[in-house]
Design a protein. Structure first.
Length: 94
């Protein structure tokens, strides 16, 4: 038996997202604007890391702590259909 620390396996959704996401991706996942993401970073509600190039990325773990819940996507054909609005008709009254 090894003396190595127990490493918890990440969830499937964390694997597909990776360890961190861009500021823009974080906003989309939380359904907020980029400005709100920066505000939450400043308030300490979201944690970030800096890349070697200097970019700021939001840790996925902090997204979960902020209330992010991954949504299951339907793979059925009916879920892929979208509503197409009929063209507008304009009346020409003088």
């Amino acid at each position: 038996m090894s003396n190595a620390a127990h490493i918890e396996k990440p969830s499937l959704s964390a694997l597909s997202l990776g360890r961190s996401v861009s500021i823009e991706q974080a906003g989309r996942l939380l359904h907020v604007s980029r400005r709100t993401v920066y505000t939450r970073i400043r308030e300490g509600r979201l944690q970030t890391v800096r890349t070697l190039g200097g970019s700021q990325r939001v840790l996925v773990e902090s997204l979960y702590n902020a209330g992010f819940q991954p949504q299951a996507f339907s793979t059925s054909a009916s879920a892929a259909t979208s509503f197409i609005r009929p063209p507008r008709t304009y009346s020409t009254s003088s």
